[in-house]
Design a protein around this ligand. Structure first.
Ligand code: KIV
Length: 264
């Protein structure tokens, strides 16, 4: 069955989960389809795991289009989410031009790393038929402002701000929300405050879906984050590792406390 935004929305309503993984090419997409992974993310993490950069900021719209088209050609039924890279949505006009390219390349939805400041951009994209996933919490594209990768939503004030931002983005037409590296209790509160499906990465077990970077799951990236898990270690094949990840998310066995951030 083809996965659409309605499938993911239904999962939220039914308190069921879904699995997302980064995908960059046709061969892995076929494997992910066979396993039944619902959502494929063409993430700008490709700058680090494919291109060998230290951050994601060198990734271009053309890079994401190339990999989105490669995934879309092989994809049969997963939902395709594509990243808007660094500076590609700095103005409403830029966002419209670049999001159009990603949708034409085969994406079903675009993801923007943002806060409530992007409400007008979200609204314009939505009005033009482009579904938006807002990525909040840790924003890797802002690494040079933050001076590193840090846990988000740690204080009550930060948690309240995150809830406020999420509500603003939902009201602006955002149809999915991704939270990265967020204190598990804060992510839970954000998820409960909005009606759209959420995806977590390092955001505890209560978001609707979970996402991980494929190279971390397969143990081929040398410095994986604490919240990720190498599913290849206990598997005999890549397909088995993907299946184990998918099942662990489905049964809510992943992420455990070990792969989440808690207050103590
Ligand atoms: O680029 C990416 O892979 C991402 C995930 C880390 C969520 O945005």
């Amino acid at each position: 069955m083809t996965v659409t935004i309605n499938t993911l929305q239904q999962r939220k309503q039914n308190q069921e989960t879904f699995t997302c993984i980064t995908a960059y090419d046709a061969s892995f997409t076929r494997l992910m389809n066979q396993v039944g992974i619902e959502c494929l993310l063409i993430g700008d993490s490709l700058g680090m795991v494919l291109q060998g950069h230290k951050t994601t900021t060198s990734v271009t719209v053309d890079d994401i289009c190339y990999h989105t088209a490669s995934v879309a050609r092989a994809n049969e039924n997963s939902f395709i989410l594509a990243d808007m890279p660094f500076m590609s949505f700095a103005t409403v006009d830029k966002a419209l031009t670049n999001a159009e390219k990603l949708i034409r390349a085969g994406a079903n939805m675009v993801k923007i790393e943002c806060g409530a400041w992007a409400a007008d951009i979200t609204e314009k994209l939505h009005q033009n038929g482009i579904p938006v996933c807002a990525h909040i919490g840790l924003l890797p594209q802002a690494v040079h402002i933050e001076g590193g990768y840090k846990i988000q939503g740690k204080t009550p004030e930060q948690a309240a701000q995150m809830i406020k931002d999420a509500k603003t983005l939902e009201s602006a037409g955002c149809q999915m929300l991704l939270m990265e590296c967020v204190l598990a209790s804060t992510a839970k509160a954000v998820d409960e405050a909005i009606n759209i499906p959420t995806i977590g990465i390092g955001a505890g077990p209560t978001t609707t879906g979970q996402v991980l970077v494929m190279h971390d799951i397969l143990g081929v990236y040398p410095t994986p984050p604490k919240f990720s898990k190498n599913f290849m270690k206990a598997s005999g094949s890549i397909q088995e590792a993907l299946e184990t990840y998918h099942l662990a998310v489905k049964n809510r066995e992943f992420p455990s406390i070990e792969h989440s951030f808690t207050a103590d």
